[in-house]
Design a protein. Sequence first.
Length: 380
Amino acid sequence: MRRVPWRDKLLFAPGPLTTSPAVKAAMLRDLGARDDEFLDIVADVKNRLLTLAGVDRDSYAAVLVQGCGSMGVEAAIGCAVPRAGGKLLVAVNGAYGRRMVDMAEVLGIPVDTVAYPENVVVVPDDIGERLAADKTITHVAMVHCETTTGIFNPIGEMGKIVAERGRVFMVDAMSSFGATEIRIREWGIRWLVSSANKCLEGVPGFCFVIVAKGELAAGAGNARSLCLDLRAQDEDMRKTGQFRYTPPTHAILAFHQALLELEAEGGTRARTERYKRNCRMLRRGMAALGFREFLASGGHGWIITSFRCPEHGKFSFAAFSAILRDGGFVIYPGKVGGADLFRVGSIGRIDAADVAGLIDAMRRALAEMGVTMPPEEAPE
Ligand SMILES: *Cc1c(COP(=O)(O)O)cnc(C)c1O
């Protein structure tokens, strides 16, 4: 893949991610918020999102929301849960699940949690039991890929249990939408939130909510925020084709190009394969260098991988990541309280050659620091 002449560092990150030259170039325009060309692009973006989501236009809507991904999650929670008699249950096994609990608390929404350690996959039956025991719970929210560690939670199984018990299922699919097939209808997902700058390989600036139209209509009057009122945003856009307030024009142009590139690549299936290939190479390469994974007991996806910082006297993550940064590679510190971790992503516009470059740079960085480790057993 060719890159722009100024050669940015490659972002092996949870997002924002490395984007293609054409995605960046798409932003070199100034279109007005009411420009017909822009409005056509917005309409096309919404259509393409619904197609990607595999849902029909009569029963689901794609609502675009200005801002970062968390704003979309906050908008969805604030619009979904009724003001009178609503209660949210959140399954938590990482920072993003905890963030949903924090949001509910700020919004004044009654919230309960079923919590797990960060290296344990959410168990749908636990949620089923909780729903049986507490009839006041109306909504259940869960993160699909917990980007804290890279662990994948079983949203398919969970969705069926939530639907059987007659509650509304909400999914934060921020770091998984576009990177793996999500059967929204079949799995009973009524609200799904994702963002432009993760696996769809656009730039930051907005997020989107795929929502069952019935939920949106039923939620009239729920919104706890004027700006984050998804129903108002959807209605206005239906009437005028426009965003209610200033749209992220450049980010939308970039995203449209990113969606064309996703199609050209072969859709979600081809992207899944590229990310899986990146991740497999990364995990094997790092095992050969002697790094140990945090999710040794399973649940590993192909979005991001958490590694333990080696307990070697000469290793420091700050020094390691600084050497890599100078070499043009960005990796991320970890996010788990009890363990000293760091994270390396497999997503964004990176391919096998880039991963090979990163592994090579890591080998040199370890040599420079005087760190030698026996190889770990290679993952499957
Ligand atoms: C990235 C991410 C978010 C949103 O992050 P923002 O920084 O608000 O864009 C939410 N949930 C998950 C699982 C994520 O990976």
